[in-house]
Design a binder for this molecule. Structure first.
Ligand SMILES: Nc1nc2c(ncn2[C@@H]2O[C@H](COP(=O)(O)OP(=O)(O)OP(=O)(O)O)[C@@H](O)[C@H]2O)c(=O)[nH]1
Length: 333
């Protein structure tokens, strides 16, 4: 049985709906990338150096990242040699297998949220303006509520006009309280208030919004460090998560942002938003290679339930779904 079929059997069944979300969310990338791979396979039939060169080009176009592409091509060449494989039929399944292997190789990255059992969990949300931070906080709150947690939000982006109101709207939508002060006030003071309120009301998870000013790294660092200090003084071990929101549609620029935030604060996980809005969904693999920070959630659409925990196999399935299903049918005949 091909790798792809085994993977499909493993991930579908009990959670078909989530698998479908990955499939739908990655449609743009699949339409660009996989359909071109399928064309390539049809055009070449026989595996040769030129085939690998064109494949390499397609992977680079999908923003997979140079190192990962090189590694993948090397591994494919080895596998083809090992199996004495001469024709291109079924190569997509081998590519998907190698992508999963490469993603999962190296240090194990835990995608689960670090939620405390019996005490307040504090999640800090960081990222530049416009990446979908507020939206993500709203979606995350809804997800945690659905899991039976009580949730509170802290409007720590006191800098951008409208950020507080926007968070309040999300809070109302999700039915959770938002702790706020006026625009321009000290974000650390908002955090302090929010932690006090969350403790008083015995809340499980407090999600804190922050301003995402990147223009000045020193300022960003100072502000985040001050927030950190206040939070850790009030709750031991907090913040339990620092989630960095990155917009997948900004491609390599997202990697640059990530590097800056990584230097400014201890980022524990990435939320990759708007993955459905890009044809360059290979950015997930580049993030893995460049940053070694787990992508904990991906945004696969605008709906509340379109924020999904990242899953390597569902992701790779989403990248290849149609082409491989077609191929499976052909092989079955
Ligand atoms: N298609 C899609 N849209 C998303 C996703 N995440 C956020 N959005 C949309 O992006 C828009 C808001 O994006 P932003 O303006 O970047 O969000 P924001 O939360 O105000 O931005 P911040 O300044 O980062 O707080 C909204 O229309 C969201 O629905 C996603 O995963 N997929």
């Amino acid at each position: 049985m091909s790798f792809f079929r085994k993977m499909k059997e493993k991930i579908t069944g009990s959670n078909d709906a989530v698998t479908d979300k990955f499939k739908e969310g990655l449609a743009k990338t699949r339409n660009q990338f996989t359909s071109k791979v399928n064309d390539l396979v049809a055009r070449f039939r026989e595996i040769d150096e030129e085939f690998f060169e064109e494949l390499e080009e397609l992977l680079l176009q999908a923003d997979v990242g140079v190192e990962t592409v090189m590694e993948l091509i090397d591994q494919l060449k080895l596998e083809v040699q090992r199996k004495n494989k001469k024709d291109t039929a079924g190569i997509q399944s081998v590519i998907s297998e190698k992508l999963v292997e490469i993603y999962n190789a190296g240090e194990e990255l835990d995608v689960r949220l670090n939620i405390q059992e019996d005490e307040l969990t504090v999640i800090l949300m960081v990222g530049v303006n416009g990446v979908g931070k507020t939206t993500t906080i709203g979606k995350l709150a809804a997800r945690l509520l659905a899991e039976g947690k009580t949730v509170m939000l802290a409007a720590g982006d006191t800098f951008r006009a409208g950020a507080i109101d926007q968070l309040v709207v999300w809070g109302e939508r999700a039915g959770v309280e938002v702790i706020r002060q006026s625009e321009g006030s000290d974000p650390a003071a908002v955090m302090y208030d929010a932690i006090r309120a969350a403790k008083n009301r015995k809340i499980d998870v407090l999600i804190c919004d922050t301003a995402g000013r990147l223009q000045n790294k020193v300022n960003l660092m100072n502000e985040l460090q001050k927030i950190h200090r206040v939070i850790s003084k009030e709750v031991e071990g907090a913040p339990h998560e620092v989630l960095l929101a990155l917009d997948a549609t900004t491609g390599q620029n997202a990697l640059v942002q990530a590097q800056t935030f990584k230097e400014a604060t201890n980022v524990t996980g990435i939320v990759l938003t708007k993955l459905d809005g890009t044809a360059k969904g290979g950015i997930v693999l580049a993030i893995r290679n460049k940053l070694n920070i787990p992508v904990k959630f991906v945004g696969l659409g605008e709906g509340v339930d379109d924020l999904q925990p990242f899953d390597t196999e569902k992701y790779v399935y989403g990248l290849f779904a149609d082409g491989l299903e077609l191929e499976e049918e052909i092989l079955d005949k």
